[in-house]
Design a protein. Structure first.
Lengths: 248, 86
């Protein structure tokens, strides 16, 4: 699945310092330099200086700068990215599948995919959007294996044990309520609320029109408001329909 | 419902809270919120849903040991195994 990772250049937003013009993915690229052979091409990123900053525990570099630094060989940059994204990515999978151990595996798989894709990395879009696109691709592959159905929508058979802590109560209640949303509505809502993607980023990720994002998100929030006001009602989920088959 | 005297739709309130309006649009909706109690209530309800969701914290099961497990190879030297790393 990682062979078809979305190219970074498929997204439109450019981070500060990113090159103005699109480049051929492999043009002029050599091992280690990531094809970023000049300041003009790299957008003025000074790898050594960036690595020094990181080594000096200045952990304020942007995600995009860190990924460029990692692609150029700065492994400490990846450690910082890992620290920044391990919990959000775990949350991404953990809210979508009930099997938390599997969620951890998928999180790890996402980082592996980032490692593998590093050589093809081009800082022409937000790293955050890019890594969630990778995570979403992995989630889709998981769905296609059929595991997803059993672990999320099959939660009735695999319902978590009775909650003994307030946080678990909230998790059970939220999972139950969100599970009752239409699948595409749910995905749009989760991407907005937890991954904090913009409407445009969600549209790109899910390959649906921007207006569909707007209408689905509005509908999801209204529905969730009602569901949270009357929790633990009987599930009305559309359950086993794949997101990809949802017309939007 | 949008009318001449009520130019803001509930969706606009959602877009405002999500930061999806242009500056001019946001200014218009904010101005409307100052005097429209109904819209303030709707905005409050959107905000309440977001706050409820924010309480949904996934179990912190992703261990720091995974970081060392990855081992941070250089780009281009990544093993092909889809799951556990050496």
């Amino acid at each position: 699945m990682q062979d078809n990772l979305p190219p970074f250049s498929s997204y439109k937003t450019s981070p500060p310092g990113a090159p103005k013009e699109p480049r051929g993915r492999d043009a002029g690229r050599g091992k280690g330099d990531f094809g970023l052979g000049s300041d003009q091409v790299t957008g003025g990123v000074d790898f050594e200086a960036l690595e020094d900053r990181i080594s000096a525990s200045d952990r304020t570099g942007s995600d995009e700068e860190l990924m460029v630094a990692f692609a150029a060989g700065g492994t400490s940059a990846f450690t910082i990215l890992f620290d920044r994204y391990r919990q959000p990515l775990f949350g991404f999978f953990g809210r979508r599948i009930a099997d938390q151990e599997r969620a951890e595996e998928l999180t790890q798989e996402t980082f592996l995919a980032v490692l593998r894709a590093a050589e093809r990395y081009e800082p022409t879009a937000k790293f955050r959007t890019w890594i969630y696109a990778i995570a979403f691709k992995i989630l889709r592959a998981e769905r296609s294996k059929g595991v997803f159905r059993g672990s999320f929508h099959g939660a009735k058979e695999e319902a978590p044990e009775a909650a003994t802590q307030p946080t678990q109560d909230v998790e059970v209640m939220m999972r139950h309520a969100v599970d009752q949303l239409d699948r595409l509505d749910r995905e749009v809502l989760l991407l907005r609320e937890f991954e904090q993607l913009s409407y445009t980023e969600i549209a790109t990720l899910l390959e649906i029109p921007l207006n569909t994002v707007r209408s689905r998100l509005f509908r999801a929030r209204l529905a969730l408001q009602t569901l949270l006001a009357a929790p633990h009602t009987t599930s009305q989920t559309d359950s086993d329909e794949d997101l990809e088959s949802d017309p939007g | 419902m949008i009318t001449a005297s009520h130019p803001v739709a509930p969706q606009d309130l959602m877009y405002l809270l999500d930061g999806e309006l242009s500056l001019d649009e946001a200014r218009t909706v904010r101005a409307h919120l100052h005097w429209c109690k109904d819209c303030r209530q709707i905005a409050h309800e959107f905000d309440a849903v977001a706050k409820s969701l924010s309480k949904w914290v996934t179990s912190p099961g992703f261990h720091a040991s995974h970081a060392s497990a990855i081992g941070l190879p250089r780009a281009g030297e990544i093993p092909n195994s889809p799951h556990k790393l050496p």
